[in-house]
Design a protein around this ligand. Structure first.
Ligand SMILES: [Zn+2]
Ligand SMILES: [Zn+2]
Length: 358
């Protein structure tokens, strides 16, 4: 056997690889004092640079050529209003879509060793009325209207031909790719199942076959016993920092009751989801200086059967760090904040409604 370098004989642990139970992927957590300088820098608590209201395209989307709303809801306090001018949430087609609607499913084309398919689908923008108030600043009833809109758009698109997957997501801040600062979410319906979702489905199925239980249900049961990585719970949802967090301050929101499809949640459960989402966003805003983030709902593919092993959830990925060589070359982020630390920090943050409440 080749002789080991002398410095490899003994070592002191400074980092830890952790593997996710579902994706099977590894991440690397590095102890604070061994990180490169700046790796643990939190975003500066500063006022965000907002596009002025005057030039904001989302103040009145119709005036800016968006066409009538595909769907709208009034503010929950005026829930009876029939006047579209009273919109609190409205959905419009994305003016710069990544995919476009279709009437017939396109055929795949062979091109040498490759395959191509036309980019068909739906790409919508879900806008909330206020120019500045983000989910963190909303009431639970307001967030519920937003989540209801997600659900209703999902349900009306899922039966469209050739749609395989519907992703609902939200970008907050420049680093998260939000080009318009006015708060909005998006829905993109695709003719393929995205690779990340495919991996999750496969991982969940494999775990189920091996252990005869859902991987996320096992994760939830373990985390509830351990209590180290739980951030918040209500009657129907659990918010936690995943054991194998892919980025610092990663958060996931799980329904306590096993279900594979997000869109079938009932009214009561939806209100608890709105509560969990609002509280989580408030904790992030107050506890980590309002970081840029992306969140998205991972649910089973549209109209899919036989995916009972899958447990839908919401993933929140704050965009604090910059990917350098290690990250780009390996796909593994060097995570600077332990999930246990994340949960500890965020658990303590009070998340009452109101911007200035303690
Ligand atoms: Zn605006
Ligand atoms: Zn489950």
């Amino acid at each position: 056997m080749k002789k080991l370098h002398s410095y490899t004989r003994a070592y002191k642990k400074i980092s830890e690889f952790r593997r996710d139970a579902v994706s099977g992927e590894w991440i690397l957590l590095v102890e604070e004092r061994h990180l490169r300088p700046g790796a643990r820098d939190l975003p500066e608590p500063k006022k965000r640079k907002l596009i002025p209201k005057k030039t904001c395209l989302f103040e009145n989307p119709q005036k800016h050529g968006s066409g009538p709303p595909i769907l709208w809801h009034p503010h929950p306090s005026e829930s009876a209003s029939q006047n579209a001018k009273d919109w609190f949430v409205q959905v419009v087609a994305n003016k710069y879509p990544a995919v476009v609607p279709h009437h017939i499913c396109p055929k795949d084309t062979r091109y040498g060793p490759y395959l191509s398919r036309d980019g068909i689908g739906f790409h919508e923008v879900i806008i909330t009325r206020d120019h500045e108030r983000t989910i963190a600043d909303m009431t639970t009833a307001e967030v519920d209207v937003l989540v209801r809109t997600y659900q209703e758009r999902y349900v009306s698109i899922e039966n469209e031909p050739c749609i395989k997957y519907i992703l609902i997501f939200h970008n907050h801040g420049e680093r998260a790719g939000a080009s318009i600062t006015h708060p909005h979410s998006q829905l993109i319906a695709l003719p393929i199942i995205p690779p990340d979702v495919k991996r999750s489905l496969r991982g969940s199925e494999k775990y189920f076959q091996k252990h005869n239980t859902c991987a996320h249900c096992a994760e939830l049961a373990f985390e509830k016993k351990q209590k180290k990585r739980i951030i918040y719970t209500n009657k129907k949802f659990t918010v936690l920092a995943p054991f194998a967090s892919r980025v610092s301050f990663e958060i996931r929101i799980f329904p306590n009751k096993h279900a594979s499809h997000f869109e079938v949640i009932g009214k009561e459960e939806r209100m608890f989801l709105a509560d969990a989402l609002r509280v989580t966003m408030k904790k992030l805003q107050k506890g980590i200086s309002d970081p840029d983030y992306n969140f998205f709902i991972h649910t089973a593919p549209a109209q899919s059967d036989g995916v009972d092993y899958y447990h839908w959830h919401l993933e929140i990925l704050p965009r604090i760090s910059t990917w350098a060589g290690v990250e780009l070359g390996t796909g593994i982020e060097v995570v600077a904040f332990l999930p246990e630390e994340t949960a500890g920090i965020l658990r303590k943050i009070k998340a009452y409604y109101g911007a200035s409440s303690a």
